[in-house]
Ligand binder design. Sequence first.
Ligand SMILES: NC(=O)c1ccc[n+]([C@@H]2O[C@H](COP(=O)([O-])OP(=O)(O)OC[C@H]3O[C@@H](n4cnc5c(N)ncnc54)[C@H](OP(=O)(O)O)[C@@H]3O)[C@@H](O)[C@H]2O)c1
Length: 264
Amino acid sequence: MLLEKKVAVIHGGGGSIGGAAARVFAREGARLFLAGRSLPRLEAAASAARAEGADVSIAVVDAMDQAAVDRHVDEVVDAAGRIDIALNAVGFDHVQGLPIAETSLDDYLHPVVGYLQTNFVTAKAVSRRMIAEGSGVILTISTPGARLTGRGLIGNAAQSAALEGFSRALAGELGPDGVRVVCVRPHAMSDALATSYTREMFGRTADANGVSMDQFVSGLAAMTLLGRLPVLDELAEYLAFAASDRAGSMTGAIANLSAGALVD
Ligand SMILES: NC(=O)c1ccc[n+]([C@@H]2O[C@H](COP(=O)([O-])OP(=O)(O)OC[C@H]3O[C@@H](n4cnc5c(N)ncnc54)[C@H](OP(=O)(O)O)[C@@H]3O)[C@@H](O)[C@H]2O)c1
């Protein structure tokens, strides 16, 4: 198994990506600590991961709050001895699809500040424990907005490009301590729409463009080389590989999981 005896913390562990990653990490032998905002979603993710045979603990932790995340990380290390893998899969609805003239400063800054804040908070909390161990992997999640252009993308583009820059710089800082940082950049996942905040967000963009949700999603798929969007399991499998010792030489990387919407 890829992650046998590894201890993994997933912030946003009850979300679409957090839950999918939890299932695959569990199947690959990891001991899991899922932290998130809503207990019912955490419980559902934990029960799916336990069905794969994993030992899973859950905790309600605000991933924007440094003191709360630090406390939880300390509890995880007290219980499991160390943290090998930390995935920040926190996500929240924000404004996309509007021209700059119709976007307020607050709406523009909301994803920029929010995603940069939670990734700083969780990386700061886990890195001090990983540095002490001389090993660990921090996983961040960006979006194709980091490199796309077009109307309605400014907030998403700024937060995604900044998060990729943060991940690269953090990899440079933590590399000498044996800690890897890998950022994944998946396109919108078709099966995440059932549970993710993206349903509301893309729904508003589709409405603003006078198309149905199906038409909007088909339009995104048509812009990929594969003619389809990625699915949650593809991202979760990649995350498990990136977190494993088999990817031991991978750090400072931005993994392109855009199904070919972007080429490198
Ligand atoms: N879905 C996609 O297609 C896609 C594509 C590319 C990148 N991404 C990125 O992937 C990440 C996760 O997306 P997702 O689709 O998995 O979203 P999701 O299904 O909506 O899940 C996000 C999770 O984050 C939790 N959360 C939000 N604020 C929190 C906070 N302050 N503290 C702790 N937990 C918090 C949510 O809690 P609640 O359960 O209380 O809502 C939810 O469980 C985002 O960064 C997003 O940009 C997603």
